[in-house]
Design a protein around this ligand. Structure first.
Ligand code: HEC
Length: 311
């Protein structure tokens, strides 16, 4: 085979595969540049441009319960408020505007302003779809009492029962296929929540605040207990109760701590609690042999010192 000294470019065009031999250098250079570019920018290349999905730390999203005054709710007669009336519906409309439209929307379509950001969408009251507790009055009452808290439907147990019935009857105007409660349904509702007796709304304070208060209280308690223990030990206390405590304790700190927590107990409860396991509350086992009169002296003395702490 004859070798050619010069490249015959015309030949090359006719047989382009041969070009590869030349383009090799071209590709090598380009690859070299890309490689160099990659290495120079290694730090950035490896950066992830997509924002990482942070797992929610649920502890940060826990909503504390609101501060709330205790209240007594007027009793309601379920057989009456369980059935719709114009007055109830009108009242319900106002309450709905004030409390529910932010999620459920002006027209109860589940399209309120806050709905957009919620994973579980607020119920659309025009539709029979997806109801968790159900659409009867009694079911809806349960929803308002307990909420479906995990999905963003809060409890409205702080609204008086009559207001909740008003809300329910208003919501039930959004569609005309709401099931009607039988008399038994309403009676069961009455039984479950004792509505004819009125209900007591326990006062509550936010958990965080309660913790702080408890800590303060228990710190104050332990200082006070320390003082008591010392004063008992110093034997200046000639009081009969103090004498008994001195005789019968093997751990006065424990004893006074227990006494402070027994503030509201009656004499019999006190005897009962201590006798079950005297040592665990700072007494010697011999305490169980006290006469009732001596128990009473002991009891009165401990109640007195724990009351002194309170004031
Ligand atoms: C913070 C948003 C929010 C507010 C405010 C709110 N809701 Fe809801 N509600 C929801 C969500 C979310 C659901 C759906 C829960 C589910 O599907 O688990 C729901 C569901 C319901 C349901 C249907 C329960 C069932 O059986 O499925 C009723 C009834 C209801 N809400 C009534 C009310 C009333 C009455 C008010 C006002 C007093 C109110 N909601 C205020 C978010 C809200």
């Amino acid at each position: 085979m004859q070798r050619k000294d010069e490249i015959d470019f015309l030949e090359l065009l006719k047989n382009p595969v041969r070009l590869f031999g030349l383009s090799y250098f071209y590709f090598l250079t380009v690859a070299g540049f890309i490689g160099a570019y990659y290495i120079w920018n290694m730090n950035d290349v490896s950066k992830n441009g997509i924002a990482p999905v942070l797992l929610r730390d649920s502890a940060q999203f826990v909503q504390d319960i609101p501060m709330q005054r205790g209240a007594m709710f007027a009793p309601v007669i379920v057989a009456e408020v369980g059935r719709p009336s114009k007055a109830l519906i009108d009242k319900g409309a106002n309450l709905f505007k004030a409390n529910c439209v932010s999620c459920h929307g002006d027209n109860g379509m589940g399209d309120g302003l806050s709905a957009a950001s919620m994973t579980v969408k607020p119920r659309n009251f025009h539709s029979a779809q997806g109801w968790k507790n159900g659409r009867k009055v009694a079911n809806m009452y349960k929803t308002l009492q307990e909420g479906i808290v995990q999905n963003g439907m809060q409890s409205f147990s702080y609204l008086p029962a009559s207001d909740r019935f008003a809300l329910i009857h208003y919501m039930r105007t959004f569609a005309n296929d709401f099931p009607v409660d039988s008399l038994t349904d309403l009676q069961d509702l009455e039984k479950t929540y004792n509505l004819s007796k009125g209900s007591q709304l326990a006062p509550q304070i936010p958990v965080k605040l309660a913790m702080v208060k408890l800590q303060k209280e228990s710190a104050a308690d332990s200082i006070y207990v320390g003082k008591l223990a010392v004063s008992i030990g110093s034997k200046n206390q000639g009081e009969q109760g103090a004498v008994l405590v001195r005789q019968l304790t093997n751990n006065s700190t424990k004893l006074f701590t227990a006494a402070l927590s027994m503030k509201e107990k009656s004499l019999d409860e006190f005897i009962g609690t201590v006798s079950v396991d005297p040592v665990s509350v700072g007494f010697k086992p011999a305490v169980v042999r006290l006469s009732r009169e001596e128990w009473n002296v002991l009891y009165l003395y401990l109640s007195k010192v724990s009351k002194e702490k309170k004031s």
